[in-house]
Design a protein around this ligand. Structure first.
Ligand code: UDP
Length: 213
């Protein structure tokens, strides 16, 4: 899997190139996959091949954006009367249908079943995986002074039908806020022109890997 320097938002209506973004996302994603594996959550990650390339297992990707939320931000504050920053005592898991042509609409189990996206058992397992990933990532990011308001993962089936976390886990796919200042260190800086997107990714990298020698 190659991590490119392209950055997109709003169903790719906004598109730019941010130099070095591929490198940072690849390294951050690799480490987060390793942390998930250490905590007993299987992922498609095998090993890093190059600074912006990783070897991953071949999976059949389920067309879902599996989203977990701890603090309200983004679409949940636009679509429901929930104020940004509201802390959810119980994490919210949402399954969106991954298709830009339909603007990734929110699904429920009945719609997902009717569309044949996944079985009932798989849907239960997908939600369970989302909660476990959330527990691990939330704890890890807290240890480096970062809040995890929400994130998106994708899940795929291997040849035996086993479900594994796939795609990437990076500041492109997670909201990550500095715990003290509540400032975004993630792709929202690009989406909403809030600040220097690469500087945020570098700061996350620095907290995860330490200062360069
Ligand atoms: N997300 C993503 N890809 C998408 C849509 C969302 O990785 O196509 C991530 C996003 O970074 C955030 C979470 O999923 O961490 C929830 O996003 P939300 O539904 O709030 O969408 P947004 O407000 O970004 O449109």
């Amino acid at each position: 899997m190659e991590f490119r320097d392209d950055i997109t938002a709003f169903d790719s209506v906004k598109h730019d190139i941010v130099g070095e973004k591929g490198y940072y996302n690849c390294q951050i994603s690799a480490k987060l996959f390793e942390i998930l594996e250490e905590n007993g959550i299987e992922t498609h990650f095998v090993k890093l091949l190059e600074p912006n390339k990783m070897l991953v297992k071949k999976l059949e990707i389920i067309p879902l954006e599996v989203i977990a939320r701890n603090i309200a931000a983004g679409s949940i504050t636009r679509n429901y009367p929930i104020k940004e920053g509201t802390v959810f005592e119980r994490p919210i898991v949402m399954l969106d249908y991954k298709d830009d042509a339909y603007h990734d609409p929110l699904l429920n189990d009945d719609i997902a079943l009717a569309m044949g996206i996944a079985t009932e058992k798989e849907l239960e397992e997908i939600k369970h995986i989302a909660i476990r990933v959330n527990d691990v990532l939330k704890k890890y990011f807290a240890s480096i002074g970062i809040l995890l308001p929400d994130f998106k993962i994708e899940i795929g089936r291997d040849k035996d039908g086993k479900l594994l976390v796939a795609d990437e886990v990076s500041p492109d796919s997670c909201r990550l806020w500095d715990a003290k200042t509540k400032k975004s260190l993630d792709k929202d800086n690009y989406r909403f022109d809030k600040g220097d997107v690469l500087a945020g990714y570098k700061e996350i990298y620095r907290r995860m890997f330490g200062d360069p020698q």
